[in-house]
Design a protein around this ligand. Structure first.
Ligand code: PEP
Ligand code: MG
Length: 581
């Protein structure tokens, strides 16, 4: 039966696929005890689900080829072994037969019990096996839950998968994206989370805050993910599929219209030039940035290199990634941000501090980098080497006070001396900029300007720290809005201080690529916007419709507003005016 679940759009687009559920650790199962005469039937159901899970693993192995197969087969082997483990199977049978547990509850009990055993192990490798146990038993639990009609199964088998999860860690998304994932439906999460940013970067449509997704959607259900309207349609009808095809046609037309802007200048209606830079993480981001006429890369988040694998990336590995980026931009400036690990970006190699009570307020970004000078220096060497291939700027995340910038400068100086001794080519200059995302850095920005060559405002974090509202918590949507007067005054303060000091100021948070905020940011005096490359043409299109002088003339009025509702109303009034006159 068709069902529509509402969510918030975190990454635009649409996708048709079959559901793959990733269950949160709390999973709702029927815990009522079994009656004696139900036991045999339920044991049969349990073993049928185990067989299905084995079959799925075999099928998965058959679908993979090349390097991916080599990597994934290791996991498949481990999972298959677990499914055949006599102790695990005996434990499950006993729980059903003797303990009168229903199969779902028995699987959950075994999963939690084994996970606790693995978690208590000292050896980090063995500890990490907990995830395997979790994944295998979750696979069986979902096989147990399947309720799909054979016709729908046939259609679903022809399309890729849409992930249905509570929330998803950026590292998991990065891994899944390479395996044909079509989109994501999160039952919680926020549009400013790192996973949402990554989804936009990967071009994966994504919904967050889709409350009932995990209880209403089952594995293999056919889903039309409509991340334009903010809906996940379960069991879509022929009419839904026609709407999807219509959207595909429209998206192609709009793409063709915008494509004409690829070589157009980025100017307001009154001919003020605005810099449009790209936030680029992957080779395809770089290609898209070039194709859409970006003025350079304003943010390259290097921590994604650290999230992919369980070992730290070597100097050469990093050098190659940075060099490819610099070369890929063909002489346009590239801003490489030093690793911003910590908070929700915990690396698999375990560099980020674990067990902090408040990780977002903890050892994160430059705070973490400076505590690991050897690892940080490896990154610095790789950046210096890559900077010989084109213009590079270095951006430092989570700066609070000048001494952090000075410490980074010192490490760059030492690395330069070392590389010189090793007769390795060095770039002549390498501007060092501070990211403004901590309120103290914004308020005391003049001190940071003395030791920075440029600034880049990270509004995703700055907003969460100014408003004391977690960027990933959708319950705080009414507080976490860039329209908050206190936040706007701080932005205006940073932009004007930077310009007064004669230093470039760009903004690389998500609002830079959101056309709803283009007028607002022009009003505050921003001249450089850095955004996901998919947004560049949209923002260029929007700029051409806005009058810079008119907007700047109203800035002080906007900054006197008391509430975000007033800001919103003023903004609408101000952006409407020139069209009337
Ligand atoms: C920001 O905080 O605005 C930013 C661009 O950095 P990230 O989203 O990676 O924290
Ligand atoms: Mg940030």
């Amino acid at each position: 039966m068709r069902q529509v679940l509402a969510g918030t759009v975190a990454a635009h687009g649409m996708a048709l696929g079959r559901a793959r559920l990733v269950h949160p650790s709390r999973y709702t199962v029927d815990t009522r005890p079994l009656a004696e005469d139900e036991i045999d039937g339920e044991l049969h159901r349990l073993h049928h689900a185990l067989d299905t899970a084995r079959l799925e693993l075999r099928e998965l192995r058959g679908r993979l080829h090349g390097a991916l197969a080599r990597e994934v087969n290791e996991f498949i082997d481990a999972h298959t072994l677990l499914l055949d483990d006599p102790e695990l199977l005996r434990g499950l049978d006993d729980l059903v037969r003797i303990g009168h547990y229903r199969p779902g509850a028995a699987l959950q009990k075994q999963r939690d019990r084994l996970c606790a055993v693995f978690e208590a192990m000292d050896d980090p490798y063995l500890r990490s096996r907990k995830e395997d146990v979790e994944q295998v038993l979750n696979r069986v639990i979902s096989a147990l839950q399947r309720q799909t009609s054979p016709e729908e199964r046939k259609l679903a088998a022809r399309v890729g998968e849409i992930l249905i999860a509570d929330s998803i860690a950026p590292a998991d998304m990065a891994q899944l994206a390479g395996n044909g994932l079509l989109g994501v439906v999160g039952s919680s999460g926020s549009t400013y989370s790192h996973s949402a940013i990554l989804a936009r970067s990967l071009g994966l449509p994504m919904l967050v805050g889709t409350r009932d997704a995990l209880s209403q959607i089952h594995d293999d259900d056919l889903i039309l993910l409509d991340a334009e309207r903010g809906e996940a349609v379960v069991h879509p009808t022929a009419q839904d599929l026609a709407h999807y095809r219509g959207w595909q046609r429209e998206a192609a037309n709009e793409g063709r219209r915008l494509a004409k802007l690829a070589n157009a200048p980025s100017r307001t209606r009154d001919s003020i030039e605005i810099g449009l830079l790209a936030n680029a993480e992957t080779g395809s981001d770089v290609a898209m940035a070039r194709a859409r006429g970006a003025d350079g890369v304003g943010l390259y988040r290097t921590e994604f290199l650290f999230l992919k694998k369980k070992v730290l990336p070597s100097e050469d590995e990093q050098f190659c990634a940075y060099r490819d980026l610099v070369m890929g931009m063909g002489g346009l400036p590239v801003t490489i941000r030093t690793m911003d690990l910590g908070a929700d970006k915990a690396d698999a190699a375990g560099l980020a501090t674990r067990g902090e009570e408040n990780p977002a307020l903890g050892v994160r970004g430059v705070r973490l980098s400076l505590r690991h000078p050897a690892v940080f220096s490896t990154q610095i060497r790789a950046i210096l080497r890559a900077a010989c291939y084109g213009p590079v700027r270095v951006l430092v995340p989570m700066v609070t006070q000048p001494d952090e910038m000075l410490a980074v400068r010192t490490l760059f100086k030492i690395a330069r001396q070392d590389l010189k001794r090793e007769n390795i080519d060095l770039p002549e200059k390498l501007p060092l900029g501070a990211m403004i995302e901590v309120p103290a850095a914004a308020i005391n920005v003049r001190a940071l300007l003395q030791c920075s060559d440029f600034l880049s405002i990270g509004t995703n974090d700055l907003a969460q720290y100014v408003l004391a509202a977690d960027r990933g918590n959708d319950a705080l949507d009414n507080i976490y809005t860039p329209l908050q007067p206190a936040f706007l005054r701080l932005l205006s303060h940073v932009i004007s201080a930077g310009h007064r000091a004669g230093k470039p100021v760009s903004l690389c948070g998500e609002i830079a690529g959101d056309v709803n905020f283009t007028a607002l940011l022009l009003m505050l005096g921003l001249k450089e916007f850095s955004m996901h490359p998919s947004q560049i043409l949209h923002v260029r299109d929007r700029l051409a419709s806005l009058d810079h002088a008119h907007l700047r003339g109203h800035a002080s009025k906007l900054l006197r507003a008391y509430t975000h509702e007033q800001v919103e109303a003023l903004l609408e009034e101000i952006t409407r005016q020139p069209l009337i006159s």
